[in-house]
Design a protein around this ligand. Structure first.
Ligand SMILES: [Zn+2]
Length: 393
């Protein structure tokens, strides 16, 4: 019995959350008797347990196998510009605890680093069997060294060796990953990407990013930069983007773009319930939620801004679908979560006008049903996945 084969079976069970011996034999092309022997060994070592039974095609009930949940727990932390979420999960990625704190990036990077340290320490102490830490953030990351190169729109974050710092402090293995990718990993395991081989996850928050799954694997790109969907050009003579280019999708369809369009309109005196009480003042309370609320009460200006953003998103998504022909697209992030009723119609309208007719057949665009802690859960899942080989000695 080879170690590689034991690990392969363990990884297959982990990736699918649960799998039967028959499925494992089909997937690995191993003889059913060999799969049974490998599973027996994994069970003997306490790595795998038998769980529910589900009906099989032949009518016999098959036993589903899963990783032993308490084999190890993991801390997942997602550092957002506004909030930081901390979760502890078991080996199946089920959350045992969730916490949300304000990041307060304006207080400087030392404040944020202390906050991360404190929260990780508390999570480890409370749990007792934490085996690793997954960290997700929207900064630009050098994966080889685990360094945050910079964090767009946040001052002070330059070349911070975050992975090494956390590893040294907590004496545990750490992964550092882009939060779009960890959200996508959670979506692949627990959300709309589950059971899909080829899908694209798009996050629309203050920026726009994407994670591409091809044949069940996250596509990283030659320099690990795949997924910068927000910086694809939709108007080459368009407005300047924070990346230095012109006319990026992010300038038209992100949360920042929606806020800017509303604030610009208000400054020009458009008629809207979002307008400040006194002309000339600025309404500081304009948020995505406030804009959606205004649209709900019939505010035509708010509806128009959301409609335009939806049209642009649909244009961008049509390019992805024409290029990659995925089975499905899942939209995540705070903007679709809050504004789906106003974004989806224009989005589908421009998408259908531009996508290849044949790639749209049986194709589905859905809004993620996972909550705001998905990025932290995905980070925990990623470190669990990375540590699997250490359990098969
Ligand atoms: Zn750009």
């Amino acid at each position: 019995m080879r170690r590689d084969d034991l690990l392969l079976i363990l990884e297959r069970i982990f990736d699918q959350s649960e799998a039967s011996r028959t499925e494992l034999a089909e997937q690995t092309k191993f003889a059913p008797s060999y799969v049974s022997a490998l599973v027996s060994e994994l069970r003997r070592r306490g790595l795998v347990e038998e769980g529910d039974r589900s009906p099989s095609r032949a009518g016999r009930r098959r036993v589903l196998l899963h990783i032993t949940p308490d084999l190890g727990h993991f801390v997942g932390i997602r550092i957002g510009r506004a909030n930081t979420r901390i979760v502890v999960t078991d080996f199946l990625g089920r959350t045992l605890s969730v916490k949300r704190v304000e990041t307060e990036t304006s207080r400087g990077e030392r404040h944020v680093l202390d906050l991360i340290d404190r929260e990780i320490s508390a999570a480890i102490e409370n749990d007792g069997v934490v085996k690793g830490i997954g960290i997700a953030m929207s900064g630009v990351i050098d994966h080889n060294s685990g360094t945050v190169l910079f964090w767009p729109k946040v001052a002070g974050w330059n070349d911070i060796p975050l992975r090494k710092m956390i590893e040294a402090k907590h004496k545990l293995p750490v992964v550092l990953e882009d939060s779009v990718r960890t959200m996508a990993l959670a979506e692949a395991k627990f959300g709309g990407g589950n059971g899909r081989k080829d899908f694209v996850y798009i996050v629309v928050s203050m920026g726009i990013g994407a994670a591409i799954f091809i044949d069940n694997r996250l596509y990283l790109g030659a320099k690990d930069l795949a997924g910068e969907f927000g910086h694809t050009t939709i108007d080459q003579h368009g407005e300047l983007c924070s990346c230095g280019n012109r006319g990026c999708l992010e300038v038209y369809a992100s949360g920042s773009a929606i806020l800017k369009a509303v604030n610009d309109g208000l400054q020009h005196g458009v008629h809207s319930s979002l307008a400040p009480a006194n002309p000339g003042e600025v309404n500081n309370r304009v948020s995505i939620e406030a804009i959606v609320q205004a649209a709900r009460t019939g505010d035509q200006f708010a509806r128009t801004v959301l409609w335009e953003a939806g049209l642009h998103l649909g244009t961008g998504i049509a390019s992805i679908v024409n290029l990659l022909n995925p089975e499905t697209i899942v939209l995540g992030g705070e903007v679709p979560r809050a504004a789906k009723n106003y974004l989806l119609r224009p989005l589908l309208h421009s998408f259908r006008a531009r996508a290849f007719h044949r790639s749209v057949q049986d194709f589905k665009i859905s809004i993620s049903r996972l909550g705001g802690e998905a990025g932290a859960i995905g980070a925990a899942v990623q470190i669990a996945s990375k540590l699997l080989p250490t359990f098969v000695k």
